[in-house]
Design a protein around this ligand. Sequence first.
Ligand code: ATR
Length: 273
Amino acid sequence: MIDRYAVFGNPIKHSKSPFIHQQFAKQTGQELSYEKLLAPVDGFEDAVTIFFEQGGKGANVTVPFKEQAFVLCNQCSASAQLAKAVNTLWLDENGNLIGDNTDGLGLVADLERQFGDIAKKSIVILGAGGAVRGCIYPLLDKKVNRIVIANRTKVKATDLASEINEPNVKGMGLDDLSADTDCDILINATSSGVEGKVPYISNEFIHAQIKAYDMFYGSEKTAFIEWVEQRGITQSADGLGMLVGQAAESFTRWRNVKPQIEPVLLQLRKQML
Ligand code: ATR
């Protein structure tokens, strides 16, 4: 029987994970199956338990189950612990359920692919939700100079920074961003893109040397990228590469071989046009 993998979510119809992992398998000569599984909103635990009992080798988890997956795990990575969310599951040799959160590693890989080395760079992240939580440790591991978490609701950003408790991680309100805020890379990790909106930030803070990254992606240019381009920023990228990057990290955990991101990203982009 070939090794079986799956992604759990609700909804799950539009997930690109099966395509990405099947391409990785082809590329690295691995034989495996990867399917989308729709779990009932109140039935995630049962669905995952049955999947692994029936011999499933590994799973991805997407909205709205990442927090439930974290609770289910017997053991998980530091990134997953800070995020309190898990996107990758597998069993160890003793049958323990292991969880990781590869979103942040996917982000870091894509930032470096698009913008070069991020060591010593000053990062400003917009948002303070789960998407931000998953990314802080992978960014710190890259020895960035400073991370500012800027959120519409300021207290969420300052609370998260206190929880992280690192001298170079600071929380503030979106409206505290000013010409004095050092920024090499600006990351949009708010969910504003879902509604085609842009988080409010002052024009004074934006300058043309900033490299902008939107975790959101779509078949067209995102609202955030349009907005930064109108303000003179010429280097920007959306989050499709992060999606492929986090999948590559999951694949590596499961199969012990690292697939190439670029060819799969190109295919995916073509499909979305
Ligand atoms: P996720 O897991 O995707 O991070 P989340 O935990 O619901 O989702 O967090 C959503 C984030 O997007 C929050 O930081 C939210 O800001 P608030 O804490 O002030 O609610 C931010 N957000 C959503 N819509 C926004 C908008 N239109 N402008 C600015 N920030 C927005």
